[in-house]
Design a protein around this ligand. Structure first.
Ligand SMILES: [Zn+2]
Length: 420
């Protein structure tokens, strides 16, 4: 069970996140602006900013007149303080991104995973190779890495870094965090794509304007990341958001979770291809044993107006809309974001009919309060994983002093693109 203990230190860590989030949102901000935007008192903000400056995590930029008092600088993230790693491990690939502390991208590297080769040792070796490649490309030393956030499919016991169950790989209780930390020699923060993509939205996407939203991942697997009251909702055992395994059809299609009639069995990639098989068993769009290629072919055919492909998208949108309506009724979110690789390929084609279907099935009041849109954050899982590493690092610095040699300016890291 994840402990839910609120201590003075927890409050301090939470407030530190809040101050940092304002720095990430604004780039360059005064203490007064942080206080106004966060609701924290000016004195608390000065205190927390002072701590971040002393640690070297933040730095002051240009000074401004404070009306007779001591002139105070505007504050920004010290991008060069150290590097963060975000890793998106999916059923078919490993994508690794190396960031500076402001979550500006420094380098990235990827590896393909084959469905039959998925032992923990093999996945670890791919991540390690990708990290070495990214470090070399960025001209960085491993010692500069503050932590690696890693998203793994399936259910994850975050605090122990254990993959509880990865259904496509048949992993049960794999101590993946330890294996990876030994290989990478950096602190590892393990979670799943639902939590990672929602964290990316909280820091860099719709979370800048909205408190209550759901991030729907449509891929081989399906799930929802939930942000409630401006925070990621994990539930009592980090399992919140398994919406993909809620019941859409009683005694319906068998699901890979072992149940039947789950949302995922109708709107995950294999479920969508099953709609195609039901309508056209010999469709040339079906590529044997290649889900990704079949989905790509389906998307191209739908774009070209192929009637079977369009009918399959209508089937998918109807099931997806019905499933989302349950979520809208249950949570009353401001925004529902569609994300994941299936959304990348089919999202813009699905969206109009999904909106209609949600409207048909949801209650009017929550439906009218909900916007349904496609994800705008690039590579949200890797970025979110990097942000989880940032959060892990920030949570641990309560008793830590400034890193020796931490530079006051970002000169020792290459120029980064601005965080999205
Ligand atoms: Zn299921």
């Amino acid at each position: 069970m994840e402990a839910l203990v609120t201590t003075t230190r927890d409050v301090r860590v939470r407030n530190r996140f809040e101050v940092l989030r304002q720095l990430y949102r604004s780039g360059d901000v005064s203490r007064r602006e942080i206080a106004d935007a966060s609701g924290l008192s000016f004195a608390s903000v000065c205190n927390l900013v002072g701590e971040l400056l002393a640690l070297g995590v933040a730095r002051e930029t240009r000074f401004e007149d404070s009306g007779g008092g001591r002139p105070r600088g505007r504050v920004t993230v010290n991008a060069g303080y150290g590097a963060l790693v975000g890793v998106d491990i999916a059923e078919t690939y490993v994508q690794l991104q190396l960031f500076d502390l402001s979550l500006g991208l420094l380098a990235s590297a990827g590896r393909d995973l084959h469905p039959e080769d998925n032992t923990p040792a093999l996945v670890v070796s791919h991540v390690a190779a990708a990290l070495s490649e990214a470090l070399q490309a960025a001209g960085l030393e491993r010692a500069g890495i503050l932590g690696a956030g890693v998203s793994l499919p399936g259910q994850v016991q975050r605090e122990k870094g254990v993959s509880v169950f990865a259904p496509n790989w048949g992993w049960h209780d794999v101590a993946f965090g330890d294996l990876l930390a030994d290989a990478l020699e950096v602190p590892v923060y393990l979670d799943n794509p639902l939590k990672a993509s929602t964290t990316a939205e909280l820091w860099f996407g719709v979370g800048r304007q909205h408190q209550d939203f759901a991030v729907i991942t449509l891929g081989t697997g399906v799930g929802a990341g939930l942000a409630l009251g401006g925070s990621l909702y994990r539930g009592s055992s980090n399992s919140a958001g398994e919406w993909g395994h809620t019941r859409l059809v009683l005694d319906g299609r068998v699901c890979r979770c072992g149940g039947s009639g789950c949302v995922e069995a109708y709107v995950g990639a294999p479920g969508i291809l099953q709609h195609l098989r039901d309508r056209a068993p010999d469709s040339p769009l079906l590529r044997p044993d290649d889900q990704t290629a079949s989905l790509n072919a389906l998307a191209l055919a739908a774009d070209a107006g192929d009637p079977v492909a369009l009918a399959v998208l209508t089937d998918t949108a109807r099931y997806l809309g019905a499933g989302l309506a349950d979520l809208v009724n249950l949570l009353n979110p401001e925004v529902v974001i569609l994300s994941g690789w299936v959304t990348d390929r089919l999202g813009s084609l699905l969206l109009p009919e999904v909106r209609i279907a949600v409207g048909r099935h949801a209650l009017r009041r929550p439906f009218e309060a909900t916007r349904i849109q496609l994800c705008q954050v690039p590579e949200p899982v890797a970025l979110g994983a990097g942000t989880l590493a940032l959060e892990g690092f920030l949570a641990g610095i309560g008793a830590v002093t400034a890193r020796p040699g931490a530079p006051a300016d970002p000169a020792h890291l290459p120029t980064a693109r601005p965080a999205p």
